[in-house]
Design a protein around this ligand. Sequence first.
Ligand code: A3P
Length: 315
Amino acid sequence: MKFSKGKFIEVVEKSFSESEKMPPESMLFSYRGILYPATLSSPETLEALKSFETRSDDVILTGYPKTGTNWLDQMVMELESADAKRTEEEEKERINAEKKLESFPRLEFGDPGTYERMKKLPSRRIIQTHLAPHLLPPSIFQSKAKILVLIRNPKDTAVSYYHFYNNMPLLPSFSSWDEYFAAFMNGKLAWGSYFDHLVEWNKYIDHERIMLISYEELKEDQILGMKKIAAFFGFSLNEEDFHRIAKKTSFQAMKEKSKETHGKFGDILFRKGVVGNWRDLFSKAQNEEMDRKFEECLGGTKLAAKVKYDVYCKA
Ligand code: A3P
């Protein structure tokens, strides 16, 4: 879902000010054993989500938090828009329909009425979520919609989520990296365990309507990554489009525009945007613990090969 900038900033600021009055222990709620931010969602919304009706041309983007999902969203919105060649009038109609959703652009956010309002969005809808497969509405797998899954190496994801938890007003802070690290390893964070997500997605890796792409491969060669994404969704773009979009969605370009596009959330979201930042925080023992856990959960899988753990995570 593409948000009008003003609306997105309004929703962000409202949730930030609501969280100011909240004690840390009320900031998260648990639904089916997984934590979610209370200012953005509710058990009623997650119940209502089961009724969400997927369209066969929906573009579904998913990734565990901090794997670069906002970057991917922006890239895919630009790719879709270049392919769609909508008139100004059609674009306006799209933005107006999206304004009425009144929530952050994530499928699991908003009030329970969101899914009824989403029926009014014009196609092609771009649907973003952090949910693991077993929590997605059944219609997503029953439909012909394609799902793009974003993955990122666990060490950089952990570090990124640590800073996010401590800087995001609507999440409870951790008093130390060590305390946070234990929570990450035990899946005691919003959206649950990183490892469970990957183990679940690995089961779908050969599914023809599902494609995995990694943060690291997008960092290495964004144009090549975007070409794979466009081919998967059937978007037709020329060479110039790819270069224009790569420039527009570079970390620097997005960070520079973030006051305008994301308001206060921009300073929290656009942090470093690099591969390998985990080296600043992981101790030797934590490195070894993560290596063991990754091997235990995903060793020898196709998904592990895609993460390239040995390239990006070995001390
Ligand atoms: P860091 O905290 O390591 O800097 P998400 O969007 O899923 O919340 O992920 C946030 C991570 O993606 C952050 O990582 C952020 O800096 C990074 N990111 C955001 N935009 C990016 C871009 N255009 N290019 C590369 N990384 C980006």
